[in-house]
Design a protein. Structure first.
Length: 147
């Protein structure tokens, strides 16, 4: 009978990847990012541990959605006060805060517990092509999710 090997936290290698979101489909991109944040691409994957890598997403303002979702997809938030519901379309949010679109999509694909919050902190999203994580020497991750 084989025993499950649980990797020690010290032995884990966490890599940094850069993903270019220009021209990528939102849901397909978020799905790939969530898989890498979770560590499912590694042979040392363990469901109860953070074994994933860091992801830096650039060009968040150039992510696309299919069909008429740019005008029909709605993002809702509530201030907690009576009548405090704010509703915004994809195109308005993309013009105002394009980072939030990718963050919201990826957060919805991570576990809803303390581990999911820890995994989400390893996602860094930036509007344009520049990012401040050059010291970590991230490698470019070629994702082709454009349909």
């Amino acid at each position: 009978m084989n025993k499950t090997v649980v990797p020690s936290v010290d032995a884990l290698q966490r890599d940094w990847y850069v993903v270019d979101a220009a021209g990528q489909t939102l849901g397909r991109l978020a799905s790939e990012i969530a898989k890498i944040l979770r560590g499912k691409h590694k042979p040392t994957f363990t469901p109860h541990m953070d074994v994933g890598d860091f992801i830096v997403v650039v060009n968040a303002e150039k992510v696309t959605v299919g069909g008429r979702k740019a005008h029909q997809k709605l993002y809702r938030r509530h201030s907690g006060r009576p009548g405090g519901m704010k509703v915004e379309t994809f195109s308005h949010l993309q013009a105002r805060l394009p980072e939030r679109i990718i963050e919201t999509a990826v957060r919805g694909m991570l576990p809803r517990n303390a581990l999911g919050r820890q995994l989400f902190r390893k996602l860094k999203v930036y509007r344009g092509p520049a990012h401040p994580h050059g010291a970590q020497r991230p490698t470019t991750l070629p994702l082709s999710t454009a349909s």
